[in-house]
Design a protein around this ligand. Structure first.
Ligand code: C5P
Length: 240
């Protein structure tokens, strides 16, 4: 495989073309951002940890029959994925109240929700990723209603797999964000990453936060927490 030109650079990853048809090369960056890019830092080693954690999780999802863009991890901070046309929605699954949900509705963080909910946000830095409804998604031609249904069903299936996975390593899956895309044949596949950058993960015994809230809220050593997640997931940690 040959790495080609830079196709896209996001806040946490760079995407390069390859000489393989419909395959792109993803490079995880060490940049940390929060509050729509207002808070920024470089954290050496974060890219490697997220790549390793996300690769492990996507392999688990594959084992459970969830269709994803993931092909393989090719180095500590790089992976190959299928080229996709990303559906501009951020799909947030919430098991327990935290973050923006707690703040908006005045519900204490850590309160278990009566049932799991799937919140949809428009993926738009310019507009600040607003919460969006299924009617608005349809009227704005973002995605047809049936596709949104399929995405929500997939998100709940992924939640079942992830809750089980994290439960086995004594971690509570509070909430997480997913992105989906379409491949060349129009199939909807899970895309992007699943890592402590995109999930809230609390130690079940201590409620210690092992996710990006450490950076958002200045709670201590982010790398140590991400290493802990990787270690518990059974990954080999390569120290820099
Ligand atoms: O911001 P909020 O509290 O609603 O986030 C819910 C979940 O989605 C958290 O796990 C957060 O890390 C994730 N998220 C994300 N990217 C965003 C917004 C939220 O990964 N742009």
């Amino acid at each position: 495989m040959e790495k080609g030109s830079l196709l896209y650079e996001g806040k946490a990853k760079k995407i390069f073309s390859t000489n393989l048809e419909d395959v792109v090369h993803v490079e995880y960056k060490d940049s940390a951002t929060a509050f729509n890019g207002i808070k920024k830092a470089e954290i050496t080693g974060k890219g490697r940890l997220n790549n390793q954690i996300s690769s492990l999780i996507f392999m688990k999802l594959h084992e459970k029959g969830i269709p994803t863009h993931f092909i393989k991890q090719i180095s500590d901070h790089e992976q190959l994925v299928k080229q996709m046309s990303i559906i501009p929605l951020e799909v947030v699954v919430r098991n327990i109240a935290a973050g923006s949900f707690s703040k908006t509705f005045g519900i204490e963080e850590g309160t278990r929700l009566k049932q799991t909910i799937v919140d949809l946000y428009l993926k738009s830095d310019e507009l600040g990723d607003p919460l969006i409804t299924e009617d608005r998604i349809e009227i704005l031609d973002i995605a047809p209603r049936e596709e949104v249904q399929e995405i929500k069903e997939q998100a709940l299936k992924i939640n079942d797999v992830l809750k089980n996975l994290f439960n086995q390593i004594n971690i509570e899956l509070i909430d997480f964000k997913l992105e989906f895309g379409k491949d060349g044949n129009g199939n909807i596949l899970l895309a992007d990453e699943i890592s402590p950058d995109t999930c809230r993960l609390w130690d079940k015994d201590t409620n210690r936060k092992l996710d990006k809230d450490i950076f958002r809220r200045d709670l201590g050593n982010l790398l140590e927490a991400y290493e802990e997640i990787l270690k518990r997931l059974g990954g080999v940690s390569i120290c820099t």
